[in-house]
Design a protein around this ligand. Structure first.
Ligand code: PEP
Length: 250
């Protein structure tokens, strides 16, 4: 079945009120590309502002806590993201798995909390460089998929982002053959677990996607979109990626 291309910007810890115009420019340029779904995940502090300034735009969080409320200083709950105007959240990004010690079980709990709050989810997986070099990348990622996915969910409410850690922010990208092998393996694992619904789930690629390599990566088999970090911060860099996705969608 045809899956709509999905291009998502992860602004990470970048952007204050001065970036509102950039988000407006991105969504204005994306609007004619109706065959592509576009989202921006800004820092928490900008979610309410962007959601108010851009009605109809998909704005997401970059993380959420697994609990709905409580004594968790500095954390943000999934219902709070919804309250601020988010409709999407990223969970399990490697900068949280590695930087904050999040386990597969933590990521699964966050994904379940997000779905329960009414958010859609992008669940990230990916291998470190040493695992890629040792030939264990597919086993590593499939174990993350098995351990992090919620037990049950609607196929259109959760996308997986395959982000090799060594490709994030480095300018390095896997070969198209390696991307296709990984995405194919993830799709097969989803099919074993969820049957036909696996054909409806989107699997995004993330890691140094830019305007030059987007067409090749987005055109790879089983690649349904891109999770983009650095190149999503400006319209000048992000819009060509959206346009490449639109070109492929036809
Ligand atoms: C990311 O961190 O999700 C990411 C893909 O970053 P970059 O595009 O900068 O590699």
């Amino acid at each position: 079945m045809a899956r709509r291309k999905y291009v998502v910007g992860n602004w990470k810890m970048n952007g204050g009120s001065a970036a509102i115009g950039e988000a407006e420019a991105i969504f204005a340029a994306a609007a004619p590309h109706t065959s592509v779904d576009v989202a921006i995940c800004p820092p928490f502090t900008l979610i309410g502002t962007l959601a108010a300034a851009l009605p109809g735009a998909t704005i997401g969080g970059q993380d959420c806590h697994h609990a709905a409320s409580g004594a968790f200083t500095g954390s943000v709950a999934a219902p709070m993201l919804v309250d601020a105007g988010a409709t999407l959240v990223i969970v399990g990004h490697s900068e949280r798995r590695d930087g904050c010690g999040e386990t597969d079980a933590d990521v699964q709990a966050k994904a379940e909390a997000a779905l329960g709050a009414g958010l859609t989810v992008i669940l990230c997986v990916g291998e470190p460089r040493a695992v890629r070099e040792s030939g264990g990348a597919i086993d590593h990622v499939l174990a993350q998929v098995a351990g992090s996915l919620p037990a049950a969910f609607a196929a259109n409410r959760l996308a997986i982002a395959y982000e090799p850690i060594w490709a994030i922010g480095t300018g390095l990208v896997p070969t198209v053959a390696d991307v296709e092998a990984m995405h194919g393996a993830i799709r097969a694992a989803l099919a074993t677990r969820f049957g036909g619904a696996a054909q409806e789930m989107r699997i995004l690629y993330g890691g140094s996607v830019n305007g030059e390599n987007a067409a090749e990566l987005l055109g790879a088999r089983d690649v349904d979109g891109a999770l983009v970090g650095g190149a999503s911060l400006t319209a000048g860099k992000f819009v060509p990626i959206i346009a490449a996705a639109a070109e492929l969608a036809g």
